[in-house]
Design a protein around this ligand. Structure first.
Ligand code: MN
Length: 228
């Protein structure tokens, strides 16, 4: 007997590599800008603190899906990203124990309506409509942390219709995986089911209707989606 006025929506989830079980998604956090355009010459003192934005949990999309071309944009952009899946929650998580909170990692794409984002920036408005739209968070199957190799120093790449547009290494991230977890947990209490998209390397660009986007991170496999 339910107290809900109508049946609740299905729990959003992502696949888990090598398992028939799925990872239930609670929230999606994203790091704003996390790859230096050039090799970093200076130490921590010169880094701007990372900033975060969010997407709805039900923005996740499995690899192999066709995504309807989103409304309100003429400049849909791809951003290939390493995704952290949180398996153990916590607040004020310490750097040296942060990795204990990781369930696994995945290849993800932070789809962005760049024209709406630029307009929002110009007007000092929130980014939500540019980032948090339907199907805006494609995510490949999660690889459990113990099987993920070293996702903090792996090739990360994305191609559109077979042409490579983004090609970097996760070691170029300004804020590392433990730092992202520790800093996010200062702002919110992280919980099992949270996903954190950790930012994208250079080479972002436009996707047109009908194009196929492929991406990968060494050790974590590949992801592809078609934009309808
Ligand atoms: Mn991004």
């Amino acid at each position: 007997m339910s107290d809900f006025a109508f049946p609740p929506a299905p729990m959003p989830s992502v696949a888990i590599a090598g398992s028939s079980k799925r990872f239930p998604v609670r929230r999606i956090f994203c790091v704003g800008r996390n790859y230096a355009e050039h090799a970093r010459e200076m130490g921590m003192d010169d880094r701007e603190p990372p900033f975060f934005f969010t997407k709805p949990a039900d923005a996740v999309v499995d690899s192999g899906s066709t995504i309807p071309f989103p409304p309100l944009t003429a400049n849909l952009h791809h951003e290939i990203e390493l995704v952290i899946a949180i398996g153990k929650g916590g607040a004020e998580i310490a750097l040296d124990t942060a990795l204990e909170h990781v369930f696994g990692y995945a290849v993800g794409i932070d789809l962005t309506r760049r024209d709406l984002q630029n307009a929002a920036k110009d007007k000092g408005r929130p980014w939500d409509w540019s980032k948090g739209f339907d199907n805006s968070a494609p995510c490949a199957a999660l690889v459990p942390a113990a099987q993920a190799g070293n996702p903090q120093d792996a090739r990360i790449w994305l191609a559109v219709d077979g042409t490579v547009r983004q090609d970097s290494r996760t070691a170029e991230m300004i804020w590392t995986v433990p730092e992202v977890i520790a800093i996010a947990s200062q702002a919110v209490t992280l919980a099992p089911g949270d996903l954190i998209y950790t930012g994208t390397p250079a080479g972002v660009g436009r996707i047109d209707p009908g194009q196929v986007v492929t991406g990968g991170i060494d050790g974590l496999g590949e992801l592809w989606v078609r934009v309808g």
